[in-house]
Design a protein around this ligand. Structure first.
Ligand code: NAD
Ligand code: DAU
Length: 380
């Protein structure tokens, strides 16, 4: 049986990854370590935590004593590090927290793994490692900075981050690679493009737009909406991490993306039209609406659900113009390709939100409301 330490798994991608592993593998035990920031929600894992196959520990990846104690108790085979401050806009507000969690937290995990997994030294003085161990860092395409109109990020693209968030993720990647090169630690890294799907926190573009439409609110598009992101359904990302973790050679870096570039304006327009179509064809979905004006005949009016909801607001500082991943390496080495097309994935995602309004309510009560007011007030 393999034991996994999965950090940050009360958040969006980590929770999807835990569900994916529990569904697709039998002989395993997972320990989730998550401090439960505003972005972490234990309710997301409520059906998964059974204290046998899946155990939850609330704590900080930067807490040396706690992480050492978890390594001693559970003898992890794999560490998959999702834990991070993940929102670019928040990193512009409070960069230091991002360095604390994303850089020092990652380094603490690396060091605890190094102490637990090394057995001695070889003739050159390098540590010798227990077999079958792997530290996997979940990184991002944002480490490469921004592209012009053409070209793609490959694993050879120079690292050139712009935001405090992406700079902190780059620093984390570099320290992971330093442990590989200095101690010969068995590590791997995946750098993925923008994910979408269930359990995405509604501060990020797609779930924020869905939530605002349901409330009849304006849809804030930064700048002129021409920035491009390369969207991947979250389960395809999870499958890529699983493959790299279990099948890639030690020390490798893989880009993950599905050639699905869209401007932000296209995304917002698509979400509006898809939601309206779903509401028109499946009247039960109208139950999710908080804003329900009535037509003259007493039925729920949906004509307001159109592009006039869009409002162009002040741009993000240092806003990267375009991300686009070249996934050739992971396709060639590990046979990974995305399985969910965007047409299918976006409908599935919107339907998930329409069916999970109590989850949205739970994660957006309290701190979220203050965040939204603070973040969007100054943009208008
Ligand atoms: P998220 O914000 O939804 O979740 C982050 C989780 O980490 C939360 O549960 C939070 O409570 C936890 N956490 C934060 N600080 C912690 C700490 N000090 N100790 C323990 N837990 C802590 O993030 P996400 O979107 O799921 O992203 C997960 C990872 O994937 C991040 O490392 C991010 O950089 C990376 N990534 C995200 C995307 C994307 O599109 N969302 C794309 C590529 C890579
Ligand atoms: O590329 C991978 C990255 O994708 C991950 O590393 C990050 O953790 C993740 O948050 C995401 O970063 P982005 O900044 O690309 O995601 P976000 O959803 O915040 O924004 C997507 C685009 O939409 C971006 O160009 C900014 C724009 N945007 C965002 C919000 C929240 C708007 O126009 N309006 C908004 O209200």
């Amino acid at each position: 049986m393999n034991t996994y330490l999965i950090t940050g798994a009360a958040g969006f991608i980590g929770s999807n990854f835990v569900k994916y592993l529990l569904r697709t593998r039998t002989d395993l035990r997972i320990v989730v370590l998550d401090i439960l920031t505003y972005a972490g929600n234990l309710g997301t894992l409520a059906d998964d935590i059974d204290n046998e196959r899946c155990i939850f520990v609330r704590g900080d990846i930067g807490d040396r004593r706690l992480v050492e104690q978890l390594f001693a108790q559970y003898k992890f085979d794999y560490v998959v590090n999702f834990a991070a401050e993940s929102h670019v806009d928040r990193s512009i507000e409070n960069p230091q927290l991002f360095l604390q969690t994303n850089v020092l937290g990652t380094q603490n995990l690396l060091d605890c793994a190094r102490r637990a997994w090394t057995t001695g030294r070889d003739a050159q003085g390098y540590p010798t490692w227990l077999r079958g161990k792997r530290f996997h860092q979940v990184s991002t395409d944002e480490v490469y900075g921004s592209l012009g109109k053409t070209g793609f990020f490959t694993e050879q693209t120079p690292l050139a981050p712009h935001s405090p968030y992406s700079a902190s993720k780059t620093a984390a990647d570099l320290i992971v690679l330093a442990y590989r090169d200095t101690y010969h630690m068995p590590v791997s890294i995946t750098r993925c493009s923008n994910n979408y799907g269930p359990y995405h926190f509604p501060e990020k573009l797609i779930p924020l737009i869905i939530k605002n439409i349901l409330e009849g609110k304006k849809l804030p598009v930064y700048g002129d909406g021409s920035n491009v992101r390369d969207w991947l359904y979250v389960e395809d990302h999870c499958r890529a991490i699983d493959l790299v973790l279990h099948q890639a050679r030690d020390g490798e870096v893989y880009n993950v993306g599905g050639h699905n570039e869209r401007t932000n304006l296209e995304i917002v327009r698509l979400v509006i039209s898809t939601m309206r179509q779903l509401m028109e064809t499946r009247p039960e979905y109208r139950n999710a609406l908080k804003h329900k004006p009535l037509a003259a005949d007493g039925s729920i009016d949906l004509t307001w659900m159109d592009d006039t909801l869009i409002t162009f607001v002040a741009d993000r500082l240092g806003h990267d113009q375009r991300y686009a991943i070249d996934p050739a390496k992971i396709q060639h080495d590990l046979g990974w390709t995305p399985q969910t097309t965007f047409d299918v994935g976006i409908v599935r995602t919107i339907e998930w939100y329409l069916n999970h309004q109590p989850w949205v309510k739970q994660v957006t009560s309290g701190e979220y409301i203050k965040y939204y007011e603070r973040m969007y007030e100054h943009r208008n």
